[in-house]
Design a protein around this ligand. Structure first.
Ligand code: WQD
Length: 344
């Protein structure tokens, strides 16, 4: 068995897929989650895929004592992948203090305790939102970091800075900052996937819920952007590909592959896809016709962003592999699975 890794927020969408890939790579996984935005049944899904039910602690990382008790109860944790955070862009605009408190206090508690318990690796779940609307595309890691358009995005930028300042002050651990583009899809077994509570904010869950009849119609937020078909362009990355990048990031630190103590990587496919192109690709892949209409732009949307993933390809030895149609099919299969289970 390789090292023991703590996955905070590990019952969530990307966290659960990462727990699966860590177990498949031979790591021992401990999951911490406050279940504020996820369901403990996800642990059964992980076990159904890998045969191993991860150790699980229900707790809130804002409670430093509870976090200390976790490290006492699970000695020998060598690395942490920190997903635990509030992550709805729109909600963050309405509730900034909730976002700053949750996303920053949890990070501060973790950074405080890691040296006490011999943790030497931190992988941070960051976002391409730190770039705002880049001046040049595709965007690489040298692009300027901009003030984000939402408190959510600001917490990602601030957490990156807190991690860097803490390490430069001499903290005895290294960190990799993973800047995700747009994670989509589900595990091919349909045992785990994205489970948005309430009305989905993100595009693909809204598409699959429209396709299955939960939502009457998808609204496309604008087709008057300066893009080939007028709709916004994003870099949609398969969630299993994304999860595999976290295993590579943990290895990169624990096997001392890098010189720098803090390193950022853009995790994308390197290909921009428009909203309308995604809709049409979904229809072709699933043979399901989608009911949608063009409406006004959504406040805060940037017109276009996609990654230059060369640094992650070369240095992490990671590359996005799953073709877009297969990813869209995995999301549809997951939505059908939720219907069969009577979940939605
Ligand atoms: C994608 C495109 C919408 C819904 C956000 C966060 C980012 C990350 C991913 C957490 C946009 C359009 C959407 C709909 C639509 N989150 N759209 N109708 O905004 O690129 O990124 O989620 O890490 O940090 O910023 O993703 O899926 O919301 O939107 O037309 O019902 O789909 O306008 O162009 P986004 P999204």
């Amino acid at each position: 068995m390789k090292a023991k890794i703590l996955v905070t927020g590990g019952v969530g969408y990307i966290g659960s897929h990462t727990a699966v890939e860590l177990q498949k790579a031979g790591y021992e996984v401990v999951i911490l989650d406050n279940l504020s935005n996820s369901n403990a049944e996800v642990l059964d899904g992980i076990k159904n895929i890998t045969g191993i039910r991860p150790a699980f602690e229900k707790m809130d990382m804002q409670d430093k004592n509870a976090l200390r008790q976790l490290f006492e109860k699970h000695p020998g944790i060598k690395g942490v992948i920190n997903f635990a955070a509030s992550k709805a862009v729109g909600e963050s605009v309405k509730k900034p203090l909730l976002y700053y408190r949750n996303n920053l206090v949890t990070m501060l508690n973790l950074l405080d305790l890691m040296p006490e318990y011999g943790v030497t690796a931190l992988v941070f779940s960051s976002s391409c939102t730190v770039y705002g609307q880049p001046d040049r595309l595709p965007v690489d890691e040298t692009a300027p970091i901009k003030l984000a358009l939402s408190p959510y995005g600001n917490t990602k930028r601030i957490c990156e800075e807190i991690i860097a300042d803490t390490i430069y002050a001499g903290a005895p651990f290294k960190s990799v900052l993973l800047r995700y583009f747009n994670p989509i899809g589900a595990h091919p077994t349909a045992e785990i996937g994205e489970l948005p509570l309430g009305v989905p904010q993100n595009l693909l869950p809204y598409i699959t819920q429209t396709a299955i009849g939960i939502r009457p119609q998808l609204s496309v937020f604008g087709d008057d952007y300066e893009t080939p078909d007028g709709s916004c362009i994003r870099d949609y990355i398969n969630v299993v590909d994304l999860a595999k990048a976290h295993v590579k990031a943990i290895e990169y630190i624990l096997e001392n592959k890098g010189e720098k103590a803090v390193e950022a990587f853009n995790l994308g496919t390197g290909r921009g896809v428009s909203v309308l192109e995604l809709i049409h690709t979904f229809e072709e892949a699933t043979k399901v016709k989608l009911n949608y209409k063009i409406v006004n732009r959504r406040e805060g949307d940037i017109p276009q962003i996609w990654a230059n993933p060369e640094k992650a390809n070369k240095i992490l030895g990671w590359k996005a592999e799953v073709p877009l149609p297969d990813t869209l099919l995995s999301a549809w299969k997951w939505q059908l699975h939720l219907r069969e289970k009577g979940i939605m």
